[in-house]
Design a protein around this ligand. Structure first.
Ligand code: ADP
Length: 189
């Protein structure tokens, strides 16, 4: 299965993506994790993106598209998390998958309100101290989600492959809804 998971920061996207990946035995491809690893390793990419991540801004599209092209080249299945975040990235992803005849099977949207998302991010900031969980960076990331990534949500909704799941339920309830949705997708393939 080739699955894309979308949702705002604090929607529980990463947690659910990991569970789906384990269930379907597919790699969890999380662009945020890839970038944070690059920063931690002090690679050239890491140096380049570090200040961008700390502000909660977006890494340039061409850089992200190149990174994903390389990462997905040999994968038949994946759970993609954190990409695409802009329409340009979505167009590049669709073209790339089209070219190799491996379209997305499903797009899962985790829906949560800004209030719930912000509350969860603040709690995470206290527990984990991620560099981009400062109040300013949180606000910036959510703003960019509404400004840019919601257009990606609309795009896949129009394409008719998006399933909306209520992300304000418990983690197990969210996962159960995702499993139900993916079973329907698998049965119709
Ligand atoms: P969150 O969804 O909580 O913001 P992520 O771990 O997905 O966290 O991403 C962390 C940061 O990595 C983003 O704020 C952004 O700077 C960068 N990033 C990740 N994916 C992308 C992407 N597809 N395009 C641009 N920047 C990205």
């Amino acid at each position: 299965m080739r699955i894309l998971i979308l949702g705002p920061q604090g929607s529980g996207k990463g947690t659910q993506a990991k569970r789906i990946a384990a269930e379907y035995d597919a790699p969890h491809v999380a662009t945020g994790d890839i970038l944070r690893t690059a920063v931690a390793n002090g690679s050239e990419l890491g140096h380049q993106v570090r200040p961008i991540l700390e502000r909660g801004d977006l890494v340039p599209d061409d850089l992200m598209v190149g990174l994903i092209r390389e990462r997905l080249a040999d994968e038949n299945a994946f759970v993609l998390d954190g990409f695409p975040r802009t329409v340009a990235q979505a167009e590049a992803l669709d073209a790339m998958l089209d070219e190799i005849g491996k379209p997305l099977d499903a797009v899962i949207l985790l829906r949560v309100s800004d209030e719930v998302a912000t509350g969860r991010l603040e709690a995470r900031a206290r527990e984990e101290g991620r560099a981009d969980d400062s109040p300013e960076a949180i606000r910036n990331r959510l703003r960019l989600y509404h400004e840019l990534t919601e257009q990606v949500v609309d795009r896949y909704q129009l394409a008719g492959i998006e399933v909306i799941v209520d992300g304000e339920q418990t983690m197990d309830e969210v996962f159960a809804d995702i499993q139900d949705a993916l079973q329907v997708v698998a049965a119709s393939r």
